[in-house]
Design a protein around this ligand. Structure first.
Ligand SMILES: Cc1cc2c(cc1C)N(C[C@H](O)[C@H](O)[C@H](O)COP(=O)(O)OP(=O)(O)OC[C@H]1O[C@@H](n3cnc4c(N)ncnc43)[C@H](O)[C@@H]1O)c1[nH]c(=O)[nH]c(=O)c1N2
Ligand SMILES: CC(C)C(=O)C(=O)O
Ligand SMILES: [Mn+2]
Length: 478
């Protein structure tokens, strides 16, 4: 009885202590960035404690809404002086637990840094603040005839997309964030501010110094806070043609993809959905597709060449026994198709109300795709898991959305076993454990298998050099 009482007293004491220190923290931060930009309510902290994944959330002590690079620099400098963790937050649509605050601290929300700073249409580039979302940028530049085509299904912030090295359905044609970021403004762990590709740099290529831009793309907020990004833009194609091709079996769909890619056809999108995913999309997005392993394709070009592209793809799919090859030229039909594809994540979770999804993210050389998709299917069967499959197969990248009851530890253990087995198979065939989602907290254990001890030690040395007190997004990636 006494032990229970004293445990309760200790808990209460610790709670009061943390409450008092987070109040003091909030007071100091308010004096730096103003009252309106600091939130301590449970609701706001809860909203910032998790992303879209099943990874358990942890609330930060305080949420700060930065309005400028100067704010970010001052906040980080203050946090460094107190050794308080800083966790950057874009829109919270990540899927590897990157924004959780396991050690508490300050969640730095960049959504109010939402200005498009410059558009250089003649150079096909733009500079934005980190909180601008991909849809906001595309709306802003619509009249220029240009687009920013990297499209994770969610309307993510461009800072978050840089931080995770995001991609999406059009990476097969336009590249991922890595190929589309030209320069970044980054606030380092001591509050200093750098430009990764030169103080004013936005040249198409450079051999100058180390490639700092690529160091900060994909660092998931562990090396610095991205405050501005200079990005490549692309011409909106004169003509667009989409197509849907259901196949007799999964192997046919995957082998047709490999053949299309190996033929060098400049396909703009080539997305695979297995029969379970098609079924889920039919239900969720009110489509009426045949329930079969299916490819969604899109071709971009001039009026004269998209039909030729479509024809080559059609012939290739037919040679792999597709059941039909239906073109979608109508703008609304195309929009409906891609909206359904972008909502696949929610469609899969809706198959089992109350469930959450865990998305695997392996990416392999295209010649290894067919084998590993078969492996992924067989393992699902062996472990008796529900996991619709969807993928950016033109890149050799696909996701198994394993549906899981987040309150059932046995199911979570099975999902863990499954994703480990799939990731190790990807490494065996010279792939990577994550093509676009990042490591976060979910894939940390796999890094050693991918890079070996010397590789990990090199990453640790970089982290130590840039963030010696480990205040930037601690507990993530390494
Ligand atoms: C329905 C749906 C569909 C998709 C996806 C999600 C959802 C919900 N995603 C995943 C997600 O949208 C993607 O990882 C985004 O890049 C995350 O951007 P947020 O702004 O939401 O970052 P979020 O706030 O979730 O943060 C992600 C990570 O980046 C860090 N971070 C955020 N802003 C930062 C900044 N300014 N500086 C430094 N670090 C920062 C965070 O600390 C965290 O570690 C995805 N992804 C993908 O690549 N391809 C896809 O196809 C999809 N599809
Ligand atoms: C995380 C998920 C939703 C994703 O990457 C996709 O749909 O491609
Ligand atoms: Mn994806």
């Amino acid at each position: 009885m006494n032990i229970i009482k004293s445990t309760k007293v200790l808990f209460l004491y610790k709670f009061m202590q943390r409450y008092a220190s987070s109040q003091a923290l909030a007071t100091d931060l308010k004096s730096i960035v103003g009252n309106d930009n600091v939130a301590t309510s449970t609701a706001v902290r809860e909203q910032h404690s998790h992303d879209e994944s099943y990874h358990p959330g942890h609330k930060p002590d305080v949420v700060v809404f930065a309005q400028s690079t100067d704010h970010v620099s001052k906040i980080v400098k203050y946090c460094a002086s107190k050794r308080v963790p800083v966790i950057p937050f874009g829109t919270g649509t990540g899927v590897e637990g990157g924004v959780t605050a396991p050690q508490g601290g300050v969640c730095l929300d960049l959504s109010r840094m939402d200005k498009v700073l410059s558009i250089n249409a003649e150079d096909f580039d733009c500079t934005v603040q980190a909180g601008v979302t991909r849809n906001a940028l595309n709306t802003y530049i619509r009249d220029t005839g240009l687009q920013f085509p990297i499209d994770p299904g969610a309307n993510a912030s461009l800072g978050g997309m840089c931080a995770t090295s995001a991609s999406g359905t059009m990476a097969v044609r336009y590249g991922t964030m890595r190929e589309n970021v030209m320069n970044l403004e980054v606030v380092l762990a001591d509050g200093s501010i750098i430009k990764t590709a030169g103080l004013k740099g936005r040249s198409r290529k450079t051999s100058s110094g180390y490639n700092l831009t690529n160091l900060f793309v994909g660092q998931e907020g562990t090396l610095g806070i991205i405050t501005e990004a200079t990005l490549k833009l692309h011409a909106i194609p004169e003509a667009v043609l989409a197509a849907v091709a259901p196949f007799k079996d999964l192997q046919g769909a995957v082998n047709a993809t490999v053949a299309i890619m190996q033929s060098g056809l400049p396909v703009a999108r080539i997305e695979f959905l297995d029969e379970n995913m098609v079924d889920a999309c039919n239900r969720f997005s009110k489509l009426n597709l045949d329930i079969a392993p299916t490819l969604f394709l899109e071709f971009h070009g001039s009026n004269s060449n998209i039909e030729a592209q479509g024809q080559i793809a059609e012939e290739t799919c037919k040679s792999y026994e597709c059941l039909q090859f239906a073109f979608a030229t109508d703008v609304d039909k195309r929009a409906e198709l891609w909206k359904a594809r972008h909502n696949a994540w929610y469609a899969a979770q809706a198959l089992k109300p109350g469930s959450k999804g865990y998305s695997t993210d392996v990416c392999v050389p295209i010649s290894a795709l067919s084998g590993i998709v078969t492996f992924a299917k067989d393992e699902l069967k062996r472990l008796n898991l529900l996991g619709p499959i969807v993928g950016h197969v033109g890149d050799g990248n696909f996701h198994v959305f394993v549906i899981v009851d987040p309150t059932n530890p046995k199911e979570i253990e099975l999902v863990h076993q499954y994703s480990m087995a799939l990731a190790k198979e990807a490494l065996r065939v010279s792939g990577t454990v994550t093509g676009e989602h990042g490591i976060g907290v979910g894939k940390k254990k796999l890094l050693i298998d991918e890079f070996g001890a010397a590789g990990i030690n090199t990453m640790k040395a970089i982290k130590q050099a840039l963030d010696p007190m480990n205040i930037l997004n601690p507990g993530k990636v390494l």
